[in-house]
Design a protein around this ligand. Structure first.
Ligand code: MLT
Length: 395
């Protein structure tokens, strides 16, 4: 038996597992201290009432012989894919049902899609970035090159025509920085991909947090993108599905490698390795895209964005450089006093009882930066911000 030795090249643990472990150690040593968690971007508001109603009704259907359902379509039920086509139509993006693959979330899909690409491809990944992009490529031994983000480009790296990449990851609104590409910048990436016969893997998990009407909420709002991009989306943050699990991936029919449609390959992959998302969850997801669902979830998003403003105001008052928080639930800031990311993590946890995410966990370019999520409940956000404010005053 030979193991996949590429796993030996991974860091010992996934970023969020490492944080959870550190917090658990702290809790054991300080059992009476309150901890406020603004680390992993996990939602706190409950599911929208319309979603709960839809899932309850679906559960009842599953309990009656005449409405019971067994295996569904691997790609997702037509009713959900139709609802998604309608959602995209409102973004001026026309999709066919067969271009959509429903799944249990963007994280799984971002790893699963790699099955259809050769291990020889060179992968271009922005730094800092959501760590799953890097780890899933290390697992299959791909060569990774990085596009550096920093204060100078507002953490939104642009393509360099002298660098040749085959697979490009983009995330906008960005996790971890909260920065968002405008249409002109995304067009540069689309043009680069078309010129280099590359594919863009576009993670749009945070699209619903975009408030500025001029910013793109789908890569397909950029001309030419259907010929070079796959889009991944999730209901986790949009509709509070982190524990319910549902997402979707769009592989346009126009996207070809030579004369091979990538959609056909991904369909083959999914029908072989996946048996679909539960009927109950898909009925809940369908309700997310109903007018009532969109309105109820918008309220939740507004709540989180008001949290973001509270954190942003404290950082602004302390004259700390930050980005995000305007069109995204993440706020990314420079650690005070030139502290390293993990030193600030320890200080914030030790002195304020607040958990955040060290920027360096998202890549070398994240060293000296820190991420806070706005997904907490209001009371905790206010408390954590006060504690952060007091800590910053010490620098
Ligand atoms: C994050 O905190 O970056 C996200 O919650 C992680 C995820 O979506 O898997």
């Amino acid at each position: 038996m030979n193991i996949n030795k590429n796993y030996l090249n991974l860091k010992d643990s996934y970023l969020f597992s490492k944080i959870a472990q550190k917090v658990s150690e702290y809790k054991t040593q300080n059992p009476s201290k309150e901890i406020i968690r603004l680390g992993i971007g996990d939602v706190t508001l409950p599911l929208a009432p319309v979603v709960v109603r839809a899932m309850s009704a679906a559960a009842q259907e599953m309990g009656r012989a005449e409405t019971f359902r067994g295996y569904g379509e691997e790609q997702g039920y037509s009713f959900l894919r139709q609802a998604l086509c309608g959602y995209y139509k409102n973004k001026n993006v026309l999709l066919e049902e067969t271009e959509i693959f429903v799944s249990d979330g963007a994280k799984s899909d971002l790893g699963n899609i790699l099955d259809i690409f050769d291990a020889d491809n060179t992968v271009l990944i922005p730094d800092p970035v959501y760590p799953a992009y890097v780890d899933t490529n290390i697992m299959c031994g791909r060569k990774i090159i990085y596009a550096a983000g920093g204060v100078e480009n507002n953490f939104l790296p642009l393509p360099d025509k002298n660098i040749k990449a085959d697979i490009i990851y983009l995330c906008s609104p960005n996790n971890p920085t909260g920065a968002v590409y405008d249409k002109a910048s995304l067009k540069l990436w689309v043009d680069y991909a078309l010129q280099n016969a590359a594919v863009i893997l576009f993670d749009g998990a945070y699209e619903a947090f975009i408030r500025d009407k001029d910013l793109p909420t789908s890569i397909y709002q950029i001309e030419g993108a259907k010929k070079c991009a796959i889009e991944f989306c999730s209901l986790s943050k949009t509709a509070g599905f982190t524990g319910t699990r549902c997402g979707y991936t769009i592989v346009p029919h126009e996207l070809l490698a030579g004369d091979v449609p990538l959609n056909k390959f991904y369909l083959r992959r999914q029908t072989t390795k996946f048996n679909g998302v539960s009927y109950i969850v898909q009925r809940g997801a369908e309700a997310v895209f109903s007018p009532e669902g969109l309105a109820q979830n918008k309220e939740n998003i507004n709540y989180y964005m008001a949290n973001a403003q509270i954190i942003a105001a404290a950082l602004g008052a302390a004259d700390i450089w930050f980005t995000g928080g305007k069109n995204s639930p993440y706020i990314w800031f420079k650690c005070p006093g030139k502290l390293s990311s993990w030193d600030f993590f320890d200080k914030l946890l030790g002195e304020a009882g607040v958990v955040g995410t060290p920027g360096v966990g998202f890549g070398a370019q994240g060293e000296g930066f820190f991420r806070l999520t706005a997904f907490g409940n209001r009371e905790n956000i206010i408390k954590a911000t006060e504690k952060l404010r007091a800590l910053l005053l010490k620098f």
